[in-house]
Design a protein around this ligand. Structure first.
Ligand SMILES: O=P(O)(O)OC[C@H]1O[C@H](O)[C@H](O)[C@@H](O)[C@@H]1O
Length: 542
């Protein structure tokens, strides 16, 4: 299947053609193909010099195939068929899409929720193999998961060296720790940033262990590579020009539609690529996932395989490369450095400070509505009387061109535990799940405003839209969800538990948003299941 980008909207086609013309006249496509780091201005040059390796991954990553093949064989021979991936952002979102699209099972751990981590630990530990994936080797979530699994294996009488595989950059502290522990290490290309690493060891190792065909993925990406060197018929250039030109003209909310696509979950990966790459210097493109278009002036719809103002067709490997290329192009059009993430560190630093304190600074609730405590400054001049009023006030506080972001530091899998009647049909089960799923809140609030409503699981979104929230246009309104933990999980060798880390992450990000003067309210569910039910009920009353 060939890959293509089609623009189905006349005005956008004109804007994109104009931007392509300028880029071609400046020799952008040739320079990018030759790995010129000067394309994003002098301030971006040093970082870009070590961030353009993704263009050559379809070919270079083939060198990894024999080594990965051996790891897969070893795991099969040991009967290890439960693959767990510990990794955040770019280190887990690509394998998530690759494996869901290939319909092979992979447990992705990109959470600090104690319940979600306990669920993974309780699942077939005796047949589990864990890929610990971190470019920097210093990401706190991933470090915690490694420590927790090492201990769990030891307690079960299993040698962690038989069960843990590490993917990291050469010279990282994780590489060092892995060598000391005797874990197999696959080193990734250090000239590729986290969110552009889909076709590197980060995308390939866990996906291959889970059973996906990674050679085909590389073939599909390699087939599109020559097109990316062209001035005409270059899908990456067209897409990037369309995204950049539309955003520069005010259409900076990117609704990603994939309901008819055979590729599963690509919008989540695109979200982190675009939000983290473009959301800075008060500019950027806000990806909106899982939403219906609202037909507003600031919205652009991108369809995967069909639909949208712009449609991107092609197999997954090609999609990865086209979107990466397009993001680099959009960065150039918008005048931003698409390879740094200047504001991600702020929340991390706040989190570290909170962890150093004896008690987390939770504050006092301004309102308690059954199982939901409300913290923060609810917009408006008087105290809100109940939860529906809190939600109404937040929706009313969204400025023109703004958005509401719901950020849930909760267990992404908990809804699947929702009770349903014996012999329930699939439809009845789906209804029970969605009635217990915090993510249902997004749609309920979205129908009450014409502004975009995004939903992110914390801390996962901190490595994605988190950069945009803090670095992009300051027109967001923020709703955090946290929950009581029934049973916490110790992080071996650290003074904090996962529950403590999770809360510190929420409060750390809340501080960073509040410091910018943005409206931010935290709803704490003192009973998680009852809290979600009350929240969804309140959203229906808005
Ligand atoms: O792979 P790691 O070093 O653990 O980083 C995980 C993620 O962390 C940050 O959010 C970076 O901005 C991402 O690009 C990266 O994918």
């Amino acid at each position: 299947m060939t890959a293509s980008v089609t623009i189905g909207n006349e005005r956008l086609a004109e804007q994109a053609a104009e931007a392509v013309k300028d880029l071609v006249a400046a020799g952008f496509h040739e320079a990018l193909s030759n790995g010129d780091p000067g394309l994003w201005g002098p301030d971006a040059q040093a970082e870009a010099a070590v961030r353009l390796g993704w263009l050559d991954l379809p070919r270079n990553s083939r060198e990894l195939l024999p080594e990965i093949g051996k790891l897969v064989e070893r795991a099969r021979a040991q009967g290890l068929d439960h693959v767990v991936l510990a990794g955040m952002g770019g280190s887990s979102l690509a394998p998530e899409v690759i494996t869901t699209t290939a319909d092979v099972p992979l447990t992705v751990l990109d959470t600090t929720d104690p319940g979600q981590v306990r669920r993974a630990l309780a699942d077939r530990l005796e047949r589990t193999i864990v890929v610990v994936a971190s470019k920097s080797g210093g990401t706190v979530e991933t470090d915690s998961h490694r420590r927790i699994y090492e201990q769990a294996f030891r307690e079960a009488g299993i040698d962690p060296a038989e069960r843990i595989i590490v993917v990291t950059d050469p010279g990282s502290p994780l590489e060092q720790a892995a060598i000391e522990a005797g874990y197999p290490v696959i080193l990734a290309d250090p000239n590729v940033g986290g969110r552009y690493s889909a076709l590197s060891a980060f995308g390939l190792v866990p996906s291959a262990l889970a059973g996906a065909d990674i050679e085909k993925l590389l073939d599909d990406a390699e087939a599109v590579r020559p097109l990316l060197a062209q001035a005409e018929g270059n899908p990456g250039l067209t897409l990037g020009a369309a995204l950049g030109a539309a955003a520069a003209a005010g259409r900076d909310k990117l609704v990603l539609e994939d309901s008819l696509a055979e590729i599963n979950g690509l919008p989540d990966w695109i979200e982190q690529l675009i939000a983290e790459s473009t959301g800075k210097q008060g500019r950027g493109i806000l990806p909106v996932v899982g939403a219906d278009p609202d037909d507003t002036d600031d919205e652009l719809v991108a369809g995967i395989e069909s639909g949208g103002d712009v449609t991107v067709s092609g197999p997954l490997g090609a999609q990865f490369l086209i979107w990466e290329y397009a993001t680099a192009v959009a960065g150039r059009v918008l005048g931003i450095d698409p390879f740094n993430q200047p504001n991600v560190a702020e929340s991390k630093e706040n989190t570290a400070k909170i962890l150093d304190r004896a008690e987390p600074p939770v504050g006092t609730p301004v309102l308690v509505d059954g199982p939901v405590e409300v913290y923060g400054e609810v917009p408006g001049s008087s105290a809100p009387k109940d939860l529906p009023e809190v939600l109404t006030r937040l929706l009313e506080a969204i400025p023109e061109r703004g958005y509401l972001a719901v950020m849930a530091y909760l267990d992404r899998e908990a809804a699947f535990d929702a009770p349903h009647a014996e012999g329930a049909s699939f439809e009845e089960m789906t209804d029970a799940w969605s009635a217990a799923d915090p993510a249902t809140l997004r749609g309920l609030l979205a129908v009450r405003t014409d502004r975009p409503v995004t939903f992110g699981w914390g801390p996962r979104f901190l490595h994605s839209t988190g950069q945009y929230h803090k670095g992009g246009p300051q027109n967001g309104v923020f709703l955090q969800l946290t929950g009581a933990n029934e049973a916490d999980v110790e992080v071996p060798g650290k003074p904090y538990t996962l529950g403590r880390l999770q809360l510190a992450q929420a409060l750390g990000d809340l501080g960073a948003l509040a410091d910018r003067g943005r409206p931010v309210v935290r709803l704490h569910l003192t009973d998680r299941a009852a809290g979600v039910a009350r929240l969804l009920e309140a959203a229906r009353e808005v």
